[in-house]
Design a protein around this ligand. Structure first.
Ligand code: FAD
Length: 416
């Protein structure tokens, strides 16, 4: 989205009447070759790569609300590829590489900022675990550095290096990690998909699936029936509810995850910091707000709101490493519905119903996986074969016992 300074000035002086919407608002067609359910990051990126990379046409995205109204617009914007297991690390590193070229690819400012992430460790055993993780990252072509206490202290002196309950012994640094503007990512993919001919249909809720002889035929929606040869479901926290309409039960639970933003402060935090002895992570937005979060609310829910005990928990964890947090005033909190798979890793696979495909189980990691998740899902829809980096994300792994047991959280209480 490049506008000249002259154009910006002209719009500012003439009441901003010249801006055009970034995408069309089409009526649903009677049928498409590909329909993606869910206009979040995963759905929009899938549609974009289907059209741009796999050269498919007659594609629609159907979204029950507005584009970006789900978790893509509610997350805490962390992108990283600091995973351990072979099923995960190459996939997240693929995503990291796509992030690095994303703004040029989309010609859109998604504020991708590689400001680094540090995972703190607090015991010698945890140092060993992070050393192992760092080595796995290097082997997969990612970057990782183990920092000892003094190196870390020079970098983030405001952490509690004194007589803390969980003494900070060092951290695992990934310099190429960082943050990206979440809704900007949705808008960039949406504009790119629209320009490649994808119909983005908002206020269109899927209310049923038409399945005949084990094959998908189309979708019942709040805007009428839409025929489809292939359907890709990417509805994140609503996965179990939506897939129940097809008669499938999935190893996924929905929980609320809350996020927090403080008032704007002077620039203090260079990148993202995660606590290693409790669930807390923090970064600082360009406006100066401390953006932080912790763990899920413990009960299942489809409501996008959390509760006070978790707020207390997160604040307590934050104070344990960063006492200055207690002086900052909280500006806003919110919640999003997370699709928690039973091993912490996602599912990108065919379903037992022919022509119906599933992208789900993102847990804490679906934003950083937006580029790779969309790319791999588009690959699967277009070629009926899994993408090289997403081969492990099979739905039947829970039956077969091939789980990818990596909680994959931003802050990993990894004290073993
Ligand atoms: P969504 O944006 O939720 O998209 C799903 C869409 O499906 C929604 O727009 C919804 O309206 C639509 N839908 C649902 N039902 C229907 C239906 N019946 N018909 C049509 N449409 C339907 N991940 C990270 O990698 N880094 C982070 O820092 C991070 N922080 C997070 C912080 C919070 C507070 C939360 C809540 C999540 C966080 N995540 C993070 C996780 C990440 O946001 C999600 O995993 C990811 O956004 C999920 O994929 P999505 O973008 O496609 O989901």
């Amino acid at each position: 989205m490049r506008y000249s300074a002259f154009r910006l000035l002209k719009e500012a002086l003439t009441g901003h009447r010249g801006w055009r919407p970034l995408w069309r608002d089409p009526e649903p067609q009677p049928a498409y070759d590909y329909v993606i359910v869910g206009g979040g990051g995963q759905g929009l990126a899938t549609a974009y790569y289907l059209a741009k990379v796999f050269r498919k046409a007659r594609i629609a995205v159907v979204e029950k609300g507005w584009l970006g109204s789900g978790n893509i617009g509610r997350n805490t914007t962390v992108i990283r590829s600091n995973y351990l297991l072979p099923g995960n690390e190459p996939f997240y590193e693929f995503s990291m590489k796509l992030w690095e070229g994303l703004e040029q690819e989309l010609n859109f400012n998604a504020m991708v900022s590689q400001r680094g992430i540090v995972n703190l460790f607090h015991t010698d055993a945890q140092r060993d675990a992070y050393r192992r993780r760092g080595n796995a990252m290097l082997l997969a072509g990612a970057d990782g550095e183990l920092l000892e206490r003094d190196q870390l202290r020079a970098m983030v002196p405001f952490l509690n290096f004194g007589n803390a309950r969980f003494p900070i012994k060092g951290g695992l640094l990934q310099r190429r990690a960082g943050t990206a503007r979440h809704d900007g990512v949705a808008w960039g993919y949406a504009r790119g998909a629209d320009r490649a001919g994808v119909d983005l249909i908002q206020n269109c809720e899927v209310t049923g699936f038409r399945i005949d002889s084990g094959r998908i035929r189309g979708l019942e929606t709040s805007r009428g029936y839409i025929g489809a040869s292939k359907v890709g479901v990417a509805v994140a926290g609503s996965t179990s509810r939506v897939m129940a309409m097809t008669g499938l039960r999935l190893p996924i639970e929905s929980h609320v995850l809350q996020a927090f933003v403080s008032e704007g402060l002077k620039l203090t935090i260079p990148g993202v910091i995660t606590f290693g002895a409790g669930h807390f992570y923090v970064s600082q937005s360009d406006k100066g707000g401390l953006v932080f979060g912790g763990d899920l609310d413990g009960y299942n829910s489809y409501a996008q709101r959390g509760n006070l005990p978790v707020i207390e928990d997160v604040a307590e964890s934050g104070m344990a490493i960063m006492p200055m947090l207690g002086r900052a005033r909280l500006l806003r909190i919110w919640g999003g519905i997370m699709d928690m798979s039973m091993d912490g890793s996602p599912i990108i696979d065919r379903s037992p119903i022919q022509g119906l495909y599933l992208n789900a189980g993102w847990c804490y990691g679906g934003f950083k996986a937006t580029p790779a998740g969309g790319y791999a899902f588009a690959h699967l829809l277009a070629t009926d074969t899994p993408h090289e980096t997403a081969k492990a994300y099979r739905l039947d792994r829970f039956q077969r016992g091939y789980v990818i047991d990596e909680k994959g959280v931003g802050a990993q209480p990894n004290l073993h």
